[in-house]
Design a protein around this ligand. Sequence first.
Ligand code: GLN
Length: 487
Amino acid sequence: MELYQMTAWELAGLLHSGEVSAREVVAACYERIDAVEGDLKAFLTLTPEAALSQAGSIDERRKAGEPLPAVAGIPIAQKDLFCTAGVRTTCASKVLQYFVPPYDATVISRCRDAGMIMLGKTNMDEFAMGSSTENSAFQVTANPWDLKRVPGGSSGGSAAAVASGEAITSLGTDTGGSIRQPSSLCGLVGLKPTYGRVSRYGVVAYASSLDQVGPICKDVRDTAMVLGVIAGKDPMDATSADIPVPDYVGTLGRDISGMRGGIAHELLYGEGIDPQVRATIEQAVKQLEALGVQFDDVSMPHAEYSLPVYYIIAPAECSSNLARYDGVRYGHRTERETTDIYDLFAKSRAEGFGPEVRLRIIKGTYVLSAGYYDAYYSKALKVRSLIKMDFDRAFEKYDFLICPTSPTVAFEIGEKADDPLAMKLADICTIPVNLAGIPAVNVPCGFVDGLPVGMQLMGAPFTEDTLLQVAYAYEQSTDWHTRRPAL
Ligand code: GLN
């Protein structure tokens, strides 16, 4: 097996025993990038010099006998909305095309402190708004399983990079599904942590009450390893929770028999779920039953309101967060002649933001305006609470809930670009989770027409360890996670 095909934990073993060096692993990833990036277009920026020099210093420290974290020397691809000191951070937007942050996001510094080596910054939907990575201002990323199809989004670059072997691990962000849905479409494990589990400091904001950072990896063990690196209280983010971080890798392998699972009825049998995807999830439920999990059907009566609620709250928050890109303090400023400061704002923003971003800002300012605030925004907040209460009730009785992650397998590039509603339906199963602030993980569970299908396991706040334990037990009893695209 080539080095780039291995998982992080397999490589960690080889690095630890001295059979391979971090420089060799990093070089293998860049060779793979040279070979396939022309077709995939997963990266917006590559940082080979910094990566190879960091790998060299990890190798020296290891040779000198210094005890290093398990992930030291493991390459990682970072979504291009994490601030990286000295390295361009574009958010796939013309507004930030030349933005070089003066500081690192906490997740970036935690990865580096653990010895993980950043290969570069990955493509995404502009400001994380989208489900296909087609909304990038710069390039369209392809799905390694079928280059005519999308990798999902908005963290599509991170997912495509890992699925193709360009990178061993990656981070994404998830506001309405952007870690889990691309993981599902690319056959990977992707975990959206509980709101507050991971610091958002230095993460370009989309919708601050929904955004979370999480890993996209080849298997459950890798996901557990990387989550352990980034999770935990950060004094720089007041919304990060001061709750101890469990040993996620240590809980893998524990028996799951006797656990209780709930089938999220509306999210499996509701409209829009492809029948073959549904059948694949039903098969996964059977497999979990064989491992000793007891399942019941659980109704989520308010789940059907998730999309309208999300498409009020997320635009409202984005319209506020994106007000800072005014062409004055930083980011794109128009070079055309302007008449006054408002004209400067308007021209800079119209040139810098793509159509989807502009649409959401307009919607967000509308639902927050004096005349419509009560009718839309405050009503959406109330329904958000009802959606959360559906989950609270379910978790009184069940250890986890299950449904598909994506209602369909990967769709073709361009297929949904002109149909905004169809595109938004791609997140129908993932959005309720962000509204409730709970953790959820995508786990590969089969193929339809040669394309990966993923199941979503959802849990009560701060039960990432339980979700990973269930995911691991399932994964170890199947071989979906060992399949790689023939690229
Ligand atoms: N597709 C959803 C949106 O466009 C979710 C995106 C995300 O999770 N960042 O808002």
